[in-house]
Design a protein around this ligand. Structure first.
Ligand code: UT7
Length: 339
């Protein structure tokens, strides 16, 4: 029998600063009408110049820990899903550990019988990050049923938008989310099953440069490849197919049908994609939750932002069957079932 896996607390935090379609109209050749019709997005939250995403991730973590009634000293794993880390090294997870005071209890010496160690790292599954994180959490709980996992999403793609590329730069916003995941104790939602996949053959469809693949020198000018580029139409097709197929696979594996699903939350990339996946799955519109009009595509954070709002509105409830599905760069994808 596999170890139980529960979400015991959920928290989100987004920058106060916003960028509306009307703001974008002032800096590029676009219109509110085009963006709303093609994507459903009206607004995004974006970092101010002197802000960083870990400060918002820390807020999200504090909310999730408070809801789960867990103190920082109880956290055994801090896993950060991000494709927009603050630095290549250290990880955003280690930056966040310091902000949350998780490192303090470890103290010196680093390894001591009295001080439980902290597993702390970033992982990049792009927009599928939260669903991948649920799968990682299940794996860590199978290794140690006493683990108390803080699964975090911290994304600030506004920092990698090329505002000369109007097709892609209107889509993304910033935001952070966190979930406390553990096996025992009070909980909000049970993670019933997760299924993830990837195909590197499509690695070039969505790309953010600025890594070590190119030799650069101090003083070099940043080129276009430093920013997010995407072959939108191609990604659109794969996203619809990928999320629908993975969801059907997961339902079949759990002997469930679409009729058993009470709520459907897909990665908030484009309203037309979500509607197309809903149609393929035959899910009635009133079971499909969206909030991308307020945030745009926040990559790994989008599902957590949607879950938190659906929970707040009384739409996401303990015991009801919720289907999550995500798709992103890599290509990566995944679906999860909550109950
Ligand atoms: O999170 C990772 C997953 N990402 C996604 O799922 C995104 C997937 N792709 C998409 O959501 C859509 O493909 C986009 C929203 C990126 C683009 O929508 P589209 O319906 O595929 O538009 P398009 O790129 O085919 O462009 C249609 C027209 C073009 O004009 P012409 O050539 O038909 O005259 C574009 O130049 O719309 C024009 N256009 C714009 N017009 C005003 C493109 N961007 C804009 C814009 N404002 N921002």
């Amino acid at each position: 029998m596999s170890t139980a896996c529960h979400i015991a607390g959920l928290g989100v935090s987004v920058p106060e600063n916003t960028l509306s379609n009307f703001d974008l109209e002032k800096i590029m050749d676009t219109s509110d009408e085009w963006i709303v019709t093609r994507t459903g997005i009206k607004n995004r939250h974006v970092l101010k110049d002197d802000e960083n995403i870990s400060q918002y991730a820390a807020e999200a973590c504090k909310k999730a820990m408070a809801e789960a009634n867990v103190s920082p000293s109880q956290i055994t794993h801090l896993l950060v899903a991000t494709c927009s880390p603050e630095t290549l090294s250290p990880s955003t997870a280690c930056i966040l550990a310091e902000k949350l005071g998780l490192s303090k209890y470890t103290g010196l010496p680093f390894i001591s019988e009295n001080n439980p160690s902290l597993v702390c790292f970033d992982f990049n599954a792009a927009c599928s990050g939260f669903v991948y994180g649920l799968e990682l959490s299940r794996a860590f709980l199978a290794l140690n049923k006493n683990a108390v996992i803080l699964l975090v999403t911290a994304e600030c793609l506004s920092r990698r938008m090329n505002y000369k590329d109007r097709t892609t730069s209107v889509l993304f916003g910033d935001g952070a989310g966190a979930a406390v995941i553990r096996a025992e104790g009070e909980y909000l939602f049970k993670i019933l099953d997760v299924s993830v996949g990837a195909d590197g053959d499509f690695k070039d469809l969505i790309r953010i440069g600025g890594g070590t693949d190119k030799k650069v020198q101090v003083g070099d000018t940043i080129g276009e490849d430093y920013f997010l580029s995407m072959q939108g139409r191609e990604v659109f097709k794969h996203a619809v197919r990928g999320m629908a197929q993975e969801s059907i696979k997961l339902l079949d594996k759990n002997s469930l049908s679409v009729n058993d699903i009470d709520l459907f939350i897909a990665h908030q990339a484009n309203l037309r994609i979500i509607e197309a996946v809903g149609e393929r799955l035959n899910i009635p519109q009133d079971k499909v939750f969206t909030n991308l009009e307020k945030y745009g595509n926040t990559s790994a954070s989008s599902i957590v932002l949607a879950m938190a709002e659906a929970k707040e509105k009384g739409l996401l409830k303990k015991g009801q069957k919720t289907l999550l599905t995500a798709f992103g760069a890599g290509l990566t994808w995944g679906s999860a079932l909550l109950g």
